[in-house]
Design a protein around this ligand. Sequence first.
Ligand code: CA
Length: 239
Amino acid sequence: MNTEKISDKKKEKILIIEDEQDIAELEKDYLELADFEVEIENDGKSGLAKALESEADLIILDLMLPGVDGFEICKRVREEKNTPIIMVSAKKDDIDKIRGLGLGADDYMTKPFSPSELVARVKAHLARYERLLGSVPHENSIIEIRGVRIDKTARRVSVNGTEKPFTTKEFDLLTFLAEHPNRVYSKDELFREIWDMDSIGDIATVTVHIKKIREKIEVNTAKPQYIETIWGVGYRFKV
Ligand code: CA
């Protein structure tokens, strides 16, 4: 049965690996009320398989499970993924043991716990994880072409190791051209791409900015090696 609802925001998925059906259902009810999508696996083996294959955003993992236990599942998941894991156990001693093992779980809860506390912790870990992902520079955040290095995350440009000051529009224009190398853009196209439609200025603004960028990145502005002028057409970033 397909119970998926159409909604603007994609629901975050929580995987519960728990052999006590009542507890699993209670957790599920509370998480669904908080607008999460929830899946339950009742034994260790299927739980591990699901944890490895699914796109769960967070895993709630019981420690004592038939088949494969929570220790092993946590360890195996960590070898492949950074998905946040909240481990739960009926025994306080076990929680201490898990901590000691440093398996990489993000949080630990001792049963019985209040379902609303669980929901609060789930939300906190998802928010933390998203911040963490957001702060990791994407692979394509650095463009490096023959000594010119553009760091899109830090919005910095250096030329042969020396940092050059760039204004916002100069940076945007250089980055745009460098991201579309060897393609010729007219001044009109560049103006529309980089400046807001209602901003003051015209295509002469583009010329002025190209000149300023060249002064910062070119050895000889009369013979540009990076941004070429294609007469009668526009500019291109040569690679
Ligand atoms: Ca159990």
